[in-house]
Write a protein that binds this ligand. Structure first.
Ligand SMILES: [Fe+2]
Length: 289
């Protein structure tokens, strides 16, 4: 039953597939994360230059924000649902995500495989990772099934960066993600920067864990800058920094390894320079064309 859903998504008609709108590569669209209207001028300029084929909107957004002003196709994403929490999903958040995805007919909705999301009582964020146990796996599979049924469209799961090995019943977070995705029969977003950060923080090989993912489930890659902490002990996400050459090189290799990748999303904040934003899109386009 669920296998049919997955197959259907991967064979979307060309006019609905994000990849068909790609301005650069034949197979993968290059897009960027959109958080608010302050980015829209950069997005419009990148679109004019043929660098940007879609925007990945992070829902929920303010009622005053209008991501359609850029006229770019929208891929829906959220990092606010606690997909790995036994307390389930906040319906108010999910309703806003669904409304955005429905309005744009997003081919899938990105969700973080995190324990706790954001709430009015405190922002704990997607870096609060699940314990890697069978119990968390079961809860995550059930939450993904509930979200997919509610959304009426596929879900693609993404991991946050890891700072310590929380191994319980699984060899790593990559094995946990692979198992949840398999049992929930759903898609995967591989955040290349998060994965690189986890590999460095945990002292693993730079290509660690790829075998744990079903290759055909990976439909999207995320890329961003990264930095070392002030103490020098840990690596972190850094959306204001340019994407390092090694992350671009990993992206090129991952597109070859995962044949169903349709979308590559640059995560670049307004703290970063405008020229870094355009050159990041150009470098990604060159890497996968
Ligand atoms: Fe990401």
């Amino acid at each position: 039953m669920a296998a049919a859903l997955l197959t259907g998504v991967l064979t979307l008609p060309p006019d609905r597939a994000i990849g068909a709108r790609c301005a650069i590569g034949a197979r993968c669209a290059i897009g960027a994360r959109w958080d608010d209207a302050s980015q829209s001028a950069r997005f419009a300029h990148a679109k004019e230059r043929g660098l940007l084929a879609y925007q990945e909107v992070n829902y929920p957004i303010s009622a005053a924000e209008d991501p359609t002003a850029t006229s770019l196709p929208i891929l829906a994403h959220t990092s606010n649902n606690p997909v790995a929490s036994i307390h389930g999903i906040d319906g108010r958040v999910a309703a806003k995500v669904k409304a955005g995805a429905d309005a744009s007919d997003s081919p899938w909705i990105g969700e973080h495989l995190s324990w706790l999301g954001y709430a009015e009582t405190g922002a704990l964020g997607y870096v609060l990772n699940p314990l890697l146990t069978d119990e968390f796996c079961e809860v995550s599979v059930a939450n993904v099934a509930a979200l997919r049924a509610y959304y009426g469209r596929p879900v693609a799961l993404e991991l946050g960066p890891f700072y310590s090995a929380c191994n319980g019943d699984f060899a790593s977070e990559m094995h946990f993600l692979g198992e949840v995705a398999r049992r929930a029969d759903t898609h995967i977003i591989l955040d290349v920067t998060h994965w690189t950060i986890s590999n460095r923080n945990l002292g693993r090989a730079e290509d660690y864990g790829l075998d744990a993912l079903d290759a055909d489930r990976v439909v999207e890659l995320h890329v961003a800058g990264l930095r070392k902490s002030g103490s020098g002990s840990f690596w972190h996400d850094a959306h204001g920094l340019p994407v390092p050459d090694e992350v671009i090189a990993f992206t090129r290799a991952l597109v070859k390894r995962f044949p169903k990748v349709r979308a590559i999303t640059l995560e670049h904040s307004m703290e970063g320079s405008e020229s870094d934003f355009y050159s990041g899109l150009e470098r990604l386009g060159s890497a996968v064309s």
